[in-house]
Design a protein around this ligand. Sequence first.
Ligand code: BYC
Length: 334
Amino acid sequence: MYTQGLDLVSGGGKPEAPKSEEEARLEAEFQKKIDAEIRIEPTDWMPEGYRRTLIRQISQHAHSEIVGMLPEGNWVTRAPTLRRKAILLAKIQDEAGHGLYLYSACETLGVDRHELYEQLLAGKAKYSSIFNYPTLTWADIGIIGWLVDGAAIMNQVPLQRCSYGPYARAMIRICKEESFHQRQGYELCMALAEGSPEQRRMLQDALDRWWWPILMMFGPPDKDSWHTAQSMKWKIKRFTNDELRQKFVDAVVPQAERLGLRIPDPHLRWNPERGHYDFGEVPWDEFWRVIKGDGPCNRQRLEQRRRAWEEGRWVREAALAHAEKRRRRQSEAA
Ligand code: BYC
């Protein structure tokens, strides 16, 4: 039971059948607001399916940020220079911050972050498939910055225009920081690409291992995506999974060429008629296996998060005791 769907708050993106005329009227008004690009705020009426879809997506996103700290954390003590170590630490801290904004945005929908967190630790909640792969060499850190964060930006820039206000606003700050992450990753890759033959080999090997899992980050092909149609109608998503995947491939192929790297896809070629790169079939069997809990690192990632939760217990308890003491002192003084 690792990274299974959210049993408690999932429910998918399907709108529920209107229960009454009043509810049908509210839903029609709600859709009118969405169509007119008016933001939905926490105190506004919203269909239950909209609320559940947002809780699912935002909480999966928050979980991805904090699980995403683990593969990089693996390299903090082994970063090759003090400068690289400082950059990596700052990036990982940013990711913790992104998790916090996102859990907060999710709480505006009436769910408690502890409930969401318990679902993650129980193996019931999903997080991005990409973080179930190991970081074997230092080059993996460059590839994560350049391409994993690059894919994240491609997906998240449109989320700044998501119809739900708190999520859209959280994404503005997150995107600014992600774009710094992406550039530091590319700069790290440039240093390796301009280095020794061994460093270039290490970089190519990292790209070979990460390429297909990164294309999976955008989600299943549109024909197998069960949430996209409804999420597009509600303007939670602005592009489909396949559209974003194509934009990403088009953007990164020239960047790989600039680094002297070969994309590990024999079917990759520019199609002048479409004005896009054609590319081969993503190994979707692997994607479904990983999100059902059977990727290379699923078990390890959840064990690490559970350990961190246990080891941080005394900090949470001390903070609560301190808050309680202050509250008591203030009420005694009043
Ligand atoms: N991994 O109907 P679909 C980061 C699930 S953090 C796992 O297309 P949707 C970073 C999907 O949940 C990056 N599961 O779904 C952090 C659904 O299952 P459920 C995280 C996936 O929601 C630290 C089922 O497959 N970004 O970049 O319309 C360091 C069918 O999919 C994945 C976000 O979370 C996946 N890759 O579209 C560095 C962005 N893909 O829930 C970097 C926000 C799909 O019904 N999320 N599934 O059980 C989204 O934009 C959308 O949720 C997705 C999926 C495009 C990911």
